[in-house]
Design a binder for this molecule. Structure first.
Ligand SMILES: Cc1cc2nc3c(=O)[nH]c(=O)nc-3n(C[C@H](O)[C@H](O)[C@H](O)COP(=O)(O)OP(=O)(O)OC[C@H]3O[C@@H](n4cnc5c(N)ncnc54)[C@H](O)[C@@H]3O)c2cc1C
Length: 474
């Protein structure tokens, strides 16, 4: 039995693991990736003989990864997926968790006294005609290929979206030899008022801003055209290439009707990130709607304990706010977990952790406000009858609208799922939930928040059936 099981070895999971292990408790960490670092610090395969990747502009990453990997009190399972968590309240006054894990050699049960969900985020899905075509990829996927495999997703690339990751990624792709045909940003460049409002975010984050400026300089040097107030509205496959149709939009990202088409072999979407909350849902944590934080986030107290007893949360599941914030939250959650296990936390350590949280919140708040997605406008891109909404079950927009028309009692995204299977495939709705909820909101003249979220069941991710047999139990 471990004192703490952590799902996710990103900045949040690593920081929490260290705080708990340094207090003398046993920690086990499970991650789907091959090495620690999470989405942001993806590293080349171990077999290449390089311990580290490039972590710029996060100067603390190298030290965090080394201390995490070298700590004798932290056990790790990589290339392993947590597909559900079972809780047995009868065995002690606290919950005892049975964490169901799919490993490369079969299913395993890990038992622990506390559970921390540091599961990160995934690229925000945006449905439009052609979004399921080969060659249409998300920013995170293209960047992961580059960072961990040193592979360029394509040669002629067009980037669309609203998230600053697109500019950083453009710089990285140019360095790797790609031709960027165009960068289409949904928003305008920040005006003077916005720039003044963002000043409080700068102290302590100069290196992050410099990284952005470096990327912009590179884009200018390569004379890459940047279109403002432009969104993608369609992709069509033609002779192994994509015709990407871009549309002009107003301040609210509503189409104003002027279009142009660019030809590329890869279209990269980067409208933001969505918190990974499927395990939190399955284990019974309460969620809160936070549009600028990426959508549904896990509710928690000041020590990052969720509404489910002994279940803690840190990093992007509490709202997408960047690596620095994830690190600060993980550290604070780790101190709170150690305290709940009986450790005495020196007040000075707590005060320092609180200061880090405050500093990172300033930066995150400015970034979230500046790059907030216009959800209704993005959902509008999927209005054509034939547009695929649920790619796992191939459910098209026409079917969802008909379901809502024929069933006036349906008021929630979950009810749409039960009626027409949108969200019932292997991704368990991660890629259609936002669009389905937006459609319910629009038809029922309610908010997206009121449309709710899909419930999550074990397995929250697809795993071989044999892994169920391996974990045994009733
Ligand atoms: C693909 C991608 C690329 C990104 N690139 C950037 C970037 O360049 N710059 C930037 O500022 N931000 C980037 N972000 C945002 C980034 O997620 C955060 O800034 C930061 O990494 C958050 O840290 P975290 O610890 O909360 O989560 P993460 O770093 O995302 O770590 C979460 C970990 O949990 C693991 N995990 C999740 N579910 C399970 C499960 N069921 N079983 C086992 N393991 C699981 C994942 O494999 C992952 O390693 C990116 C996000 C994504 C999704």
């Amino acid at each position: 039995m471990h004192d703490l099981a952590i799902v996710g070895a990103g900045p949040a999971g690593m920081a929490a693991a260290l705080a708990v292990a340094e207090a003398g408790f046993s920690v086990v960490v499970v991650d789907e990736q091959a090495r620690a670092g999470g989405q942001i610090f993806r590293r080349p395969p171990e077999a290449w003989g390089e311990r580290h990747g490039t972590y710029r502009p996060y100067t603390w990453a190298r030290d965090l990864i080394e201390r995490f990997e070298d700590h004798p009190g932290i056990k790790t399972h990589f290339r392993s997926t947590v597909f559900g968590v079972l809780r047995d309240r009868d065995r002690s006054e606290h919950a005892v968790f049975d964490v169901a894990v799919s490993t490369p050699v079969g299913g395993q049960r890990i038992t622990s006294r506390r559970l921390l969900l540091a599961t990160g985020a995934y690229d925000m899905p945006v449905a439009f005609p052609g979004w399921t075509l080969p060659g249409v990829m998300t920013a995170g996927a293209v960047q992961s290929l580059l960072k961990s495999q040193k592979v360029l997703a394509g040669k002629r690339i067009v980037l669309v979206g609203s998230h600053p990751i697109q500019l950083i990624l453009a710089g990285q792709l140019l360095d790797a030899g790609a031709e960027i045909v165009e960068i289409a940003l949904a928003r305008d460049m920040p005006g003077l008022v916005e720039m003044v409002r963002s000043l409080p975010a700068i102290p302590g984050h100069v290196s992050i801003f410099s990284e952005g400026l470096r990327a912009l300089a590179k884009i200018a040097r390569h004379r890459v055209p940047i279109s403002r107030r432009t969104v993608v509205s369609e992709a069509v496959s033609k002779d192994n290439m994509l015709d990407v149709r871009l549309s002009q939009v107003d301040r609210d990202w509503k189409k104003t009707g002027i279009n142009h088409t660019v030809e590329a072999d890869v279209l990269v979407l980067g409208y933001g990130f969505t918190p990974s909350t499927e395990l939190a849902r399955q284990v019974g944590c309460d969620l809160i709607w936070n549009s600028v934080g990426g959508g549904w986030t896990v509710s928690h107290d000041t020590g990052f304990q969720s509404s489910a007893p002994d279940v803690f949360v840190a990093g992007e599941p509490t709202g997408v706010a960047g690596a620095e914030r994830a690190w600060a939250e993980g550290h604070m959650a780790g101190l709170a977990i150690a305290a709940s296990l009986g450790a005495t936390i020196p007040p000075v350590a707590l005060a320092q952790a609180r200061r880090r949280l405050t500093g990172s919140a300033r930066f995150a708040g400015v970034m979230q406000a500046m790059f907030a997605p216009r959800r209704a406008a993005l959902a509008e891109l999927s209005r054509q009858e034939e547009t695929v909404i649920c790619r796992c079950e191939t459910i098209r927009n026409g079917k969802i609208e008909k379901t809502l028309q024929n069933n006036p009692f349906i008021q929630s995204a979950s009810a749409v799922k039960l009626e027409c299977r949108s969200g019932m495939g292997p991704c368990q709705g991660r890629y259609c939930e936002a669009t389905v909820a937006a459609r319910v909101a629009e038809v029922r003249k309610a908010s997206i928040e009121a449309s709710g979220y899909f419930n999550a069941h074990l397995p929250v991710k697809p795993v071989p059936l044999q892994d169920y047999r391996d974990i045994g139990g009733e």
